[in-house]
Design a protein around this ligand. Structure first.
Ligand SMILES: Cc1cc2nc3c(=O)[nH]c(=O)nc-3n(C[C@H](O)[C@H](O)[C@H](O)COP(=O)(O)OP(=O)(O)OC[C@H]3O[C@@H](n4cnc5c(N)ncnc54)[C@H](O)[C@@H]3O)c2cc1C
Length: 382
C-alpha cells in the first residue's frame, strides 16, 4: 500500500528547513532580488545547518540524504526564496559527478576537505555556443604527459564567482562527439582559470552566475573522473539525479504563489465582498491548488523511484517539466489575482513569476525534457 505519510525524522527535517526559509531567507528575499546581492551570511547559516551538501554521504562530510528527503528540504527553501535556493543546492549538482564517477581516493581527496568548511562548487557543462546539445561542446582537453591542458569557455555557471572547486566537461576529440567528452575536477587556484562578471538576471538574483574561462589550465590525469569519453554519460546521470530537486524548487515557488493569492483573495474587496467570493477567482485558486499538488506528487514519485535504485530518467523529466510549467502558470495567476498590485515590485508575486521562469530553462530546457519523455515513452511501446 503506498504511504504518503512522512516519518518523524522527515517531519523534523522539513520543519527545520521551513523555519530557516521563513525566518532567515524570506525576510531578505526582496532586498537581495532588488540590489541584487549574494547573501553570504545566509548561505553560511545554510551550510552550518547542513543544507548545502545534501547529497554527499556523511562519511565525506555531507548531509547524506536520499533524493526524497532532499526534495522535502528544497521545496521549503524555495518557498522562502528561489534564487537563494539555487545557490544553496548548486553544490549538489557540482559534486554529483564526483559521487557517481570518482574513485574512492578521489572522493576522499575532493569531497572531505570541501565539505569540512563553507565552500561553493560549480558544475561546468553549458557553453556560449549551446547548452541543449551538450554533445557538441567545444572546450578542449589535450593530453600532455601526466596532465591534460584545458582550453575553452563555459557560460551561465551558477555560483562560479564564489566557487573553490569546478567539475568541468571537456572533449578530448570533438569529432567523437559524446564519446570524446571527459570530466575533470579543477580547483579555483589552477593557473589559467578565471570567472567573468556576475550576469544581470531576470530572476534568481540572490544567486550568482558567470562565465568560466580555461586558458591552458593544466589538470593532472589523477583529477579526471572515470575514463576518457565517459564524461557525457556522467553528466546525463548527474542530471537524472539533480533534475528532481528542480521540480521541488518549482513546487516551493508555486506553493508560495498560491498562498499569497489565497491570502489576498480573502482580504481584497470588490463589488462589496472579498474577491475570493467571486467564482472566477475561486476557479483560479482551485486550478492553482491542483497544479501545486500535482507538481509535488510527481516530484515525490520521481524521488521515490530514484531512491529505490531506478535510473528515473522518465520520472525526473516529467517532474521537472510539469512542476516548472505549473510554477510559471501559478505565479502568473497569482499576479492576476492581485490585479495591478501584482504587477508592482512592492508586492511579492511578480518576483515569483521571474523566479519560476528559470525552472523551465536550467538543468535541461523543457523542450529537451519533452524530447526525453517522448523518447523514454516510445521505447516502452516499441
Ligand atoms: C541562471 C542560469 C543558471 C544556470 N546554471 C548552470 C550551471 O550551473 N551549469 C551549467 O552547465 N549550465 C547552467 N545553466 C545553463 C542551462 O542549463 C542552459 O541555459 C540550458 O540547458 C539551455 O541551453 P542554452 O541556453 O544554450 O539554450 P539552447 O541550447 O541554445 O536552446 C535554445 C532554445 O532552443 C530549444 N532547443 C534546443 N535544442 C532543441 C531540440 N533538439 N528540440 C527542441 N527544442 C530545442 C531549447 O529548449 C531552448 O528553448 C544555467 C542557465 C541559467 C539561465
Amino acid at each position: 500500500m503506498p504511504d504518503f505519510a512522512l516519518s518523524p525524522e522527515q517531519e523534523s527535517l522539513r520543519d527545520m528547513a521551513r523555519k530557516f526559509a521563513r525566518t532567515e531567507m524570506a525576510p531578505h528575499a526582496a532586498e537581495c532580488d532588488r540590489t541584487p546581492r549574494f547573501p553570504e551570511e545566509i548561505y553560511r547559516k545554510a551550510y552550518d545547518l547542513g543544507l548545502m551538501n545534501l547529497n554527499v554521504p556523511t562519511e565525506y562530510g555531507g548531509t547524506g540524504l536520499g533524493l526524497f528527503d532532499q526534495c522535502l528540504l528544497v521545496e521549503e527553501l524555495a518557498y522562502g526564496c528561489g534564487g537563494m535556493t539555487t545557490s544553496v543546492i548548486a553544490n549538489c549538482l557540482a559534486l554529483e559527478p564526483i559521487l557517481l564517477g570518482g574513485s574512492e581516493t578521489q572522493k576522499q581527496r575532493f569531497l572531505t576537505p570541501f565539505c569540512s568548511a563553507y565552500n561553493f562548487a560549480s558544475f561546468c557543462l553549458t557553453e556560449p555556443s549551446g547548452g541543449s546539445d551538450a554533445g557538441a561542446l567545444k572546450t578542449r582537453a589535450r593530453r600532455s604527459g601526466e596532465e591534460y591542458v584545458l582550453d575553452g569557455e563555459k557560460c551561465f555557471i551558477t555560483n562560479a564567482p564564489h566557487a573553490s572547486l569546478f567539475t568541468v566537461f571537456a572533449t578530448v576529440d570533438p569529432a567523437l562527439r559524446t564519446r570524446g567528452i571527459t570530466a575533470f575536477v579543477v580547483p579555483r587556484s589552477a593557473a589559467g582559470l578565471s570567472t567573468g562578471k556576475d550576469e544581470e538576471k531576470m530572476g534568481h538574483r540572490a544567486s550568482s552566475t558567470s562565465t568560466v574561462r580555461f586558458e591552458g589550465v593544466r589538470v593532472p590525469v589523477a583529477d579526471r573522473l572515470g575514463e576518457e569519453g565517459e564524461g557525457f554519460s556522467l553528466a546525463m546521470r548527474t542530471l537524472d539525479q539533480t533534475r528532481t530537486p528542480i521540480g521541488a524548487l518549482a513546487t516551493g515557488i508555486a506553493q508560495a504563489a498560491l498562498d499569497h493569492a489565497a491570502g489576498y483573495a480573502l482580504k481584497r474587496q470588490s463589488f462589496g465582498k472579498p474577491i475570493g467570493e467571486h467564482q472566477a477567482i475561486q476557479i483560479k485558486l482551485a486550478n492553482m491548488a491542483q497544479a501545486v499538488r500535482a507538481a509535488r506528487l510527481l516530484t515525490w514519485y520521481a524521488a521515490w523511484t530514484i531512491d529505490r535504485g531506478a535510473k528515473g530518467t522518465l520520472e525526473s523529466s516529467i517532474a521537472k517539466c510539469f512542476a516548472s510549467d505549473a510554477a510559471l502558470h501559478v505565479a502568473d495567476e497569482a499576479i492576476q489575482t492581485f490585479g495591478g498590485y501584482g504587477y508592482m515590485k512592492e508586492y511579492p508575486v511578480e518576483k515569483l513569476l521571474r523566479d519560476a521562469k528559470l525552472t523551465q530553462i536550467y538543468e535541461g530546457a523543457n523542450e529537451i525534457q519533452r524530447t526525453v519523455i517522448a523518447r523514454e515513452l516510445l521505447r516502452q511501446y516499441a
